[in-house]
Ligand binder design. Sequence first.
Ligand SMILES: Cc1cc2nc3c(=O)[nH]c(=O)nc-3n(C[C@H](O)[C@H](O)[C@H](O)COP(=O)(O)O)c2cc1C
Length: 218
Amino acid sequence: MLHPVAPATHAPRFLLLYGSLRLRAFSRLLVEEAARLLQAMGGEVRIFNPSGLPLPDDAPETHPKVTELREMCPWAEGMVWCSPERHGAMTGIMKAQIDWIPLSIGAIRPTQGKTLAVMQVCGGSQSFNAVNQMRVLGRWMRMITIPNQSSVAKAFQEFDDNDRMKQSSYYDRVVDVMEELVKFTLLTRDVAPYLVDRYSERRESAEDLMRRVSQTSI
Ligand SMILES: Cc1cc2nc3c(=O)[nH]c(=O)nc-3n(C[C@H](O)[C@H](O)[C@H](O)COP(=O)(O)O)c2cc1C
């Protein structure tokens, strides 16, 4: 099971989320830069626009923005989460998106076993509060969060008038992170279902099956 007979040959697929609704949001610009890099490395990308997404549980699951977000998840083999740091934390907008993604929908596991890269933009000096929190969140969503990460200090200085990221060590780090994300995704995507297959869940479903069999009268 660790060596699939027919490894996937399609372009690796990435979903990119950002945590701001500002018109010129640097977290969005950073995600767009990451998307260009992933495409240049042979990946396919989709970016979710969080504008209009209701707060968790403030609308039915059939809300079009919730559906849009949820439909992108099974498609993706890896994700990028990029949040601004606000008051030393990820934004509510970032967290709300993750809170709308269930751990499993029947047999579909939208995030489990998939790769994740975390990035943040700062208004001040470089800090890591948002990426640290997103690492914890990635663990909760049972994702393979890659070791490298990006934190862009004084993000307002790092993008030009065409909304492109200027050359800098921050830009080089984003390239490093995306390169690592592609490698981890190619290494793990074929075995993701096996990696998240758990003894306790197998046991639970076996017990459930036995219970149903014992209740069946012939
Ligand atoms: C209420 C508020 C709190 C903020 N807190 C922090 C912070 O704790 N650390 C930091 O580096 N920047 C902080 N900032 C600055 C934002 O991170 C910065 O403006 C960032 O570019 C916003 O992301 P966006 O451009 O994607 O909208 C704060 C901004 C606001 C409005």
